[in-house]
Design a protein around this ligand. Structure first.
Ligand SMILES: Cc1ncc(COP(=O)(O)O)c(C=O)c1O
Length: 390
């Protein structure tokens, strides 16, 4: 009889994380400076934590409606109208999820069938690819690079659209590149959606982490694509709430009804105290965000100027998120070799570009959400090891 203890194809095909590998290698250096993790360096603001604790103490310890508590859906609808120009009925157009990660997975299982094609940016946040594999669909990469400031524009996307294309995912500001899409770029993407009638997810967790006066607009603010667009967002990066696991999807009523059915099968609901904390973040967290963005902005200037001085690096000045994605072809090595070489020579831990898909080759990712002093020290070590251009 054939053995039955064979794991699923999804499990067998899952790719090991290229970032995890760097973590393991870094363990041998006690003075390592880790610039890999996509995690805010700040603690969650105290008033947000307090709102969660209050929820627990008030006995909010049961399941909530699948779509999330009304207080949070009302808060999200208020935020979307005020900040994004998106009209959302809290009872029809919203579902609260366990972060953007589960929002994306939920959207994937609701929209995509095996064999369908999903277009994402290359280089990409690795989980997109992992999730597309989990629904047995095919990843199609829209390749972007530093020459075009990593912009996944309509003219990059359109040639990739086939009869099998079911979904496009855009992500601005982008992980791993920090690249952004301007309003004009979004308008052209909306035209594609109208022309080809394809679902599109706008994954916006870095929406507020923007610099140089740039303001991120939402695709869903453009009229005429309501039947196709899903806006996904999260509290993780904006409010330093990665561990709270709260995000949401805004979409039309038909999509939301179906998301709710599958959400029940997946996680049923998000813990209520965390949802209450998220509502607090929306109503009273804006000052905290401003402070964090100012801090990240200083780090961004430090790292971009610093890297561009050091031999081997060429770094685009990103307008959003908290990542830089410098071109390291000057090292004459693969991205993995370069990341390991940098680690060995300087004990600075970075993520090799190929951890973000095949189009990440030739780059490394550095997260600058950590302490200013750590970034300064990392740059000093790299300057000493590789020398400066001028
Ligand atoms: C582009 C992008 N989308 C979604 C997420 C998921 O964030 P969370 O699940 O914490 O909301 C991340 C996290 O790194 C991300 O970089």
């Amino acid at each position: 009889m054939k053995a039955k203890n064979v794991l699923s194809l999804a499990a067998q095909n899952a790719l090991p994380s290229g970032i995890r590998r760097m973590f393991e290698l870094a363990k041998q250096y006690p003075d390592a400076i880790n610039l890999t993790l996509g995690e805010p360096g700040f603690s969650t603001p105290a008033h947000i934590i307090d709102a969660g604790i209050k929820g627990l103490k008030d006995g909010k310890t049961k399941y909530t409606p699948n779509a999330g508590i009304k207080e949070l859906r009302d808060a999200i609808a208020y935020k979307l109208k005020k900040e994004n120009g998106i009209k959302a009925d809290p009872d029809k157009n919203l579902i609260v999820t366990a972060g953007a990660t589960q929002a994306l997975m939920l959207a994937m299982v609701t929209l995509v069938n095996p064999g369908d094609e999903v277009i994402i940016q290359g280089p990409n946040w690795p989980d997109y690819r992992g999730q597309i594999d989990m629904v047995n669909a095919k990843t199609v990469y829209a390749k972007v690079d530093d020459k075009n400031e990593f912009k996944m524009t309509a003219d990059v996307i359109e040639p990739l659209i086939t009869d099998k294309t079911k979904l496009i995912i855009i992500n601005s500001p982008s992980n791993p590149t920090g690249g952004v899409l301007e309003w004009e770029d979004l308008l052209k993407i909306a035209e594609l959606v109208k022309k080809y009638k394809i679902f599109i997810i706008s994954d916006e967790p870095y929406e507020k982490l923007v610099y140089d006066g740039f303001k991120q607009k939402s695709l869903a603010a453009i009229p005429g694509i309501e039947d196709y667009v899903l806006t996904i967002n999260s509290f993780s990066k904006t409010f330093a709430m990665t561990g709270f696991r709260v995000g949401y999807i805004c979409a039309n009523e038909r999509i939301i009804e179906n998301l709710i059915k599958l959400h029940e099968n997946m996680i049923a609901s998000v813990p209520e105290p965390m949802q209450l904390a998220a509502a607090e973040a929306i109503y009273n967290g804006e000052k905290d965000v401003q402070k964090m963005v100012e801090y990240y902005d200083k780090n961004r200037k430090l790292i971009v100027d610093g890297l561009n001085r050091i031999n081997g690096f060429k770094c685009v000045n990103p307008k959003g998120a908290f990542y830089v994605f410098p071109n390291i072809s000057g090292f004459g090595m693969s991205s993995r070799e370069a990341a390991e070489y940098i680690l060995e020579k300087t004990h600075v831990v970075t993520s090799p570009g190929d951890a973000f898909g095949p189009d990440g080759e030739g780059y490394i990712r550095i997260c600058y959400a950590s302490k200013y002093e750590d970034i300064k020290e990392a740059l000093k070590r790299m300057e000493n090891a590789f020398g400066t251009k001028y």
